[in-house]
Design a protein around this ligand. Structure first.
Ligand SMILES: [Zn+2]
Length: 84
């Protein structure tokens, strides 16, 4: 199975939350290790989320969290695509 940048992007929030199957996570991690773009993408995503959580320590409900991650991915996509 070949992982593409698009796959990594789609799975950012699952990756961040450790919700991926182990085999799949390995494949994604392997791609990220070899792909500068995805590494930058993941760092931006993690940094933004960490910042958000430190500003707002209250745990979001699952549903709100998913909405927030979805929104964040769209925003990050916009930033990263400009850079490509
Ligand atoms: Zn990539």
């Amino acid at each position: 199975m070949i992982i593409k940048c698009k796959d990594v992007f789609e799975l950012l929030s699952e990756l961040y939350d450790d919700e991926l199957e182990e085999n799949y996570e390995d494949l994604i991690q392997q791609h990220i290790n070899e792909c500068e773009n995805c590494l930058a993408l993941l760092h931006t995503f993690e940094r933004t989320l960490d910042l958000f959580h430190s500003l707002q320590p209250i745990k979001l409900e699952q549903k709100r969290k998913q909405e927030f991650h979805r929104w964040l991915k769209v925003e990050i996509k916009r930033i990263v695509i400009k850079r490509y």
